[in-house]
Design a protein around this ligand. Structure first.
Ligand code: ADP
Ligand code: TZD
Ligand code: MG
Length: 586
């Protein structure tokens, strides 16, 4: 039987009492939560108001998915769970995509959702926005909990925070039946029930034997390569990772969101020689990166001769080992502690790989960069990806603290390879799933959590998934500059209807759309540009004023490729190819 009682009306003496609203807010604050990303409504409207009144920053979005993406990005940037708060059923479902996205990316996030009372839901009596949310959330996150009694709020929040952070980070669902918030209990007892989570990111060091094994494998390699993933960026062990790379002296490839952990201009960065190092290396050292589809599972033509490589891997999650390839030397631990242990064991006279290998990589990198350079300086109008992104590359080099947000297909792939990132955790993108629509939520979180200027480079389709949040950006007056790479469609704007009918192709949008007017509608700056010079001017102005800005950048309709760089993942058949000869021209 609960010690807490539901309150329907204010009692005369409330001084010595507390309630579910306040306990939840106090529990979050006790654990260092400062920001909530939410969409208000029954039963959490007042919870948001009270949280704001109690000094939390509560940002209201126009759609829960983007509040959720913001919380997920906040988790990645801060190494603390990002908090998203939603209303029941439809609001919860809108937020669930983001919770699954956070889990898939190994980022800590907590989705707190209001829900209907168990008595009604479990007998399916048809409540307002009735849904068995806990059951639906469970397969999509790392852990899911429901709190029924006010005196359990401290426990529930502590469990959610620990589950989100400890081990491999992920998304956690916290179910809050509406009546819980109104339950009243003794204030002192309530205070005592709260739990401050101790050491949620415990050090975790592999055994001496595992360290020795890894160093033996690395020592015997002639052409070693390190692949650094976003787990390493998340770990915030920036100096240790850099020291490890430089002491080992091996070329490295940063995965997309690990760009900048070491500057992309570092002499050991092999991004511009990606094909060469993937193919030729004889040992691959994975640091906070999974051998998933983004690395073609560590196999196939790009990876060279089958079985010719050995793998060493640092990961906090034991079951990640051997998930795609045999891991000859697993290092199960957190990246900071593991790098420290490796460095200690390596001592001061570690034998770096031969100049034959590192020199070959370096000259390939230099050759490719030189080949690309003139194309990045073209001033074509309408623009292509090289001319427009060449300008943005220079602006990021001049403003290295800018957080770059990036989504789209060509707009993503081209920006990822063209624009160097110079500092850790300064690039947020579509992540492990390749989701369109993370842009505005990520941009808002980046501005709120870092205070830095944000540059969001968005495909016009990608932007369409989250465009309404420009109102949120204007409302909070955030220093976000959005560049829409507007090629009138998905991948390209020149698609035709293969039936010859009047409907436009499935992949094209209204030609010449003025996305800049959307920003103007809410009081922000909006401008259309069609040359790299004008683009440069517009972005520089946005950075100077730090005003919400949307630049509609006109890109040639035929500049892009089908599916960007991953067209090979599209299914095909001999029948389809014979029937639609047009398909070959894309
Ligand atoms: P990318 O997409 O950049 O290749 P992934 O998301 O595939 O990166 O991989 C990130 C990996 O990092 C996950 O397997 C996760 O378990 C791991 N990870 C996250 N945080 C840490 C940490 N602190 N120490 C070690 N590994 C970590
Ligand atoms: N829906 C969701 C949520 N995620 C997705 N990845 C997609 C659909 C499929 N998709 C892609 O993978 S990229 C893309 C879609 C719709 C849009 C590409 O067009 P764009 O970029 O305008 O954003 P480019 O520069 O025109 O290629
Ligand atoms: Mg497009």
């Amino acid at each position: 039987m609960s010690a807490a009682v539901p309150s329907t009306e204010a009692t005369q003496d409330t001084e010595n009492l507390t309630d579910g609203f306040h306990l939840l807010i106090d529990a979050l604050k006790l654990n260092g939560v400062e920001t909530i990303y939410n969409v208000p409504g029954i039963p959490i409207t007042d919870l948001g108001r009270y949280a704001q009144a109690q000094g939390l920053r509560v940002l209201s979005f126009r759609h829960e998915q983007h509040a959720g993406y913001a919380a997920a990005a906040a988790g990645f940037l801060t190494k603390k769970p990002g908090i998203c708060m939603t209303v029941s059923a439809p609001g919860f479902l809108n937020g669930l995509t983001a919770l699954a996205h956070a889990t898939t990316n190994c980022w800590p996030m907590i989705l707190i959702s209001g829900s209907s009372e168990r008595e009604i839901v479990d007998l399916q009596r048809g409540d307002y926005e009735e849904m068995d949310q806990l059951a639906i959330a469970r397969p999509h996150c790392k852990a899911a909990y429901r709190i029924l009694h006010a005196e359990d709020i401290g426990l529930g929040v502590a469990r959610a925070i620990r589950a989100a952070l400890t081990g491999r980070p992920g998304g956690v669902y916290l179910d809050i039946p509406g009546q819980l918030l109104g339950q009243v209990m003794d204030a002192v007892e309530g205070q005592k029930s709260l739990i401050e989570v101790v050491d949620p990111n415990p050090e975790s060091v592999p055994s001496d034997e595992a360290i020795e094994r890894a160093l033996d494998v690395l020592k015997s390699a002639k052409k070693p390569l390190m692949i650094i993933g976003k787990g390493a960026a998340y770990a915030q062990a920036d100096d240790k990772v850099r020291e490890l790379v430089e002491t080992l002296g091996i070329p490295y490839l940063p995965m997309s969101m690990a760009k900048g952990l070491l500057p992309d201009t570092h002499p050991l960065c092999a991004s511009a020689a990606r094909s060469l190092v993937l193919k030729e290396s004889d040992c691959v050292f994975l640091v906070g990166a999974r051998l998933n589809w983004l690395l073609s599972h560590g196999q196939g033509k790009a990876w060279g001769e089958k079985g010719a490589k050995k793998f060493v891997q640092i990961d906090i999650e034991p079951t990640e080992m051997d998930s795609n390839q045999k891991i000859s030397a697993p290092l199960i631990g957190d990246i900071g502690s593991t790098a420290t242990a490796l460095l200690e064991a390596m001592g001061s006279n570690w034998q770096k790989p031969s100049e034959e290998w590192t020199g070959a990589v370096r000259s390939k990198v230099q050759g490719n960069i030189e080949k690309m350079a003139p194309r990045l300086r073209n001033n074509n109008s309408p623009m292509d990806y090289q001319g427009s992104l060449g300008v943005l590359k220079e602006i990021i080099a001049e403003n290295p603290d800018t957080v770059l947000v990036n989504e789209g297909a060509n707009a993503l792939d081209q920006a990822r390879s063209i624009i160097d990132i110079h500092k850790p955790r300064k690039r947020l993108d579509v992540g492990t799933w390749g989701i369109m629509g993370i842009g505005m939520g990520s941009a808002i979180a980046a501005a709120v959590e870092t205070g830095n200027q944000v540059l969001a480079i968005e495909g016009d389709s990608a932007f369409g998934f989250c465009g309404m949040e420009v109102e949120t950006i204007c409302r909070y007056n955030l220093p976000v500059c959005i560049v829409i790479m507007n090629n009138n469609g998905i991948y390209r704007g020149d698609g035709t209807n293969w039936s010859g009918g009047e409907d436009p192709s499935t992949t094209v949008f209204v030609k010449g759309s003025r996305y800049d007017l959307m920003m103007q509608a809410f009081g922000g700056e909006g401008v259309t540009v069609d040359s790299p010079d004008d683009l440069r001017q517009a972005v520089n102005k946005a950075f100077e004023t730090r005003k919400p800005t949307l630049i509609n950048a006109v890109i040639a309709e035929d500049a892009g490729k089908e599916s960007g760089n991953i067209g090979n993942l599209n299914p095909s058949s001999v029948v389809a190819q014979a029937r639609y000869p047009q398909a070959k021209k894309i």
